[in-house]
Design a protein around this ligand. Structure first.
Ligand SMILES: *Cc1c(COP(=O)(O)O)cnc(C)c1O
Length: 430
């Protein structure tokens, strides 16, 4: 591990939480240099919805490489890109009666967000964008200005501007209608809130602590956007690609966002690929006006198409997500009830659920103990107080249960420590 400490910048992150050297992985299990195995409840922060080295997807990639298929092609037409676009249209857009054009951006999620807000500003001629409390949209300057978390914002080094942060669904508790508040602010010529180009929203906030937007809240947000001719952007980078149970996280709300961003699990194999979906009437781009050397990675097109073909051609995969989501919810509910001293609540929906701790130190300790017992799991939320279960959607049921058992044991041990040495894990108020 020493070279990582000596040579890699202090900015390194996950390697600190999981200090071992990984060598191999299959579906939901990682193996390290010592031959130790870990169950993966992090899944590349939601980039591995179909697991590590998914055999079906891997075969498509191996065949493509063996045939000398184009690997890098800028944004030239390739057979891999054609096949991806056809598959995306047939498997995803048409069955949902969605009409979008596709913009391939640079390969990371933040590239898609930057393109989305730039497009919204160009399409409307307005500057300001509304984003929501606890939202996370990436760390390049435009995306960072939309992101709520102070830890990331403080690193900007310049003023983050042209964004108004509005309260998310349930931010003040469920009795307070935050859409009505936003409506009043936008409608009032003296509120100080400029008429925005767009709103950007996650239907379930991934990094922000698994806060779930109400379906009715999303519907009302869409109506508000229509009323004021504001573009609605859904950032589905983490919650999309089946994570919440449907391909897009907004499907149960019955809304049709103007712009959707996808990345993380889009390639299906952990390869970098990002996509902006835009309603044709907003496609005001001039040729080449927004570019990038690595737009549309052909290897990722191959794996993405294989994933869509295999998992999204009928409702079986969705049914399996729903089943596992129920197992997770029931397990977590029972866990919450069993350890009242830990003051935990369950958060999230679909296979994007977790445990919110009143005391962030407990959440931290639970993830640490989990790792010691062979489970990789991380925290999220404004104070890192929410343990987030992001297992591959393809996780074997027995691995899911084994991981949940390790998690429960870690909670039990943390509560045990709390009782024996209260000053160590619980903040003592003098
Ligand atoms: C991860 C994430 C991003 C940023 O993606 P990167 O690939 O890390 O740039 C943006 N939005 C959401 C909702 C995310 O979860």
């Amino acid at each position: 591990m020493r070279i990582f400490e000596r040579l890699e910048s202090e900015v390194r992150g996950y390697v600190r939480s999981f200090p071992t050297i990984f060598t191999k992985a299959q579906n939901a299990v990682l193996t390290d240099e010592g031959g130790n195995q870990y169950i993966d409840f992090l899944a590349g922060a939601g980039s591995l919805n179909y697991g590590h080295n998914n055999p079906v997807i891997k075969q498509a990639l191996v065949d493509y490489l063996a045939s000398d298929g184009i690997v890098h092609g800028l944004d030239m037409a390739t057979s891999a890109k054609k096949h991806f676009m056809r598959t995306f249209e047939e498997r995803i857009l048409k069955p949902r009666k969605l009409q979008y054009k596709l913009q391939f951006t640079g390969p990371t999620g933040t590239n898609a967000v930057e393109a989305a807000i730039k497009l919204a500003r160009n399409a409307t001629g307005r500057q300001s964008v509304i984003s929501f409390t606890n939202g996370f949209h990436g760390v390049t300057l435009g995306s960072l200005s939309l992101t709520g978390n102070k830890k990331y914002r403080d690193a900007a080094g310049v003023t983050l501007s042209n964004v108004h942060h509005a309260p998310y669904s349930g931010y003040f508790g469920h009795d307070i209608d935050t859409i009505a508040m936003l409506d009043k602010l936008i409608g009032d010529p003296s509120s100080g809130v400029d008429h925005p180009a767009a709103v950007i929203v996650e239907c379930v906030q991934g990094e922000g602590g698994l806060n779930v937007a109400g379906m009715n809240w999303l519907k009302k947000l869409e109506q508000l956007c229509h009323r004021y001719e504001i573009l609605m952007i859904v950032d589905d980078i983490q919650a999309g690609c089946g994570r919440t149970g449907t391909f897009f996280s907004f499907e149960p709300a019955g809304i049709r966002p103007d712009i959707v961003t996808l990345s993380k699990s889009l390639s299906g194999y952990g390869l970098p690929l990002s996509l902006v979906l835009l309603k044709p009437e907003h496609d005001v781009w001039k040729p080449g006006q927004h570019n990038g050397t690595f737009r549309g990675n052909n290897m990722a097109f191959v794996t993405a198409a294989a994933a869509l073909d295999h998992y999204w051609n009928d409702s079986k995969f969705q049914a399996s997500i729903e089943k596992k989501a129920t197992i997770i919810a029931q397990f977590l509910d029972k866990l919450v009830q069993s350890y009242p001293a830990a003051a935990i609540t369950r958060r999230g929906r679909g296979m994007m659920q977790g445990l919110a701790f009143e005391d962030p130190a407990l959440a931290d300790r639970v993830t640490e103990l989990s790792f010691q017992n062979g489970l990789i799991i991380e925290t999220s939320g404004g104070r890192d107080e929410v343990i987030k279960l992001l297992t591959p959607l393809t996780i074997e049921p027995e691995k899911l249960l084994a991981g949940l058992d390790i998690l429960e044991q870690a909670v039990a041990d943390t509560v045990g420590e709390m009782n024996s040495q209260p000053s160590k894990t619980k903040k003592v108020t003098a």
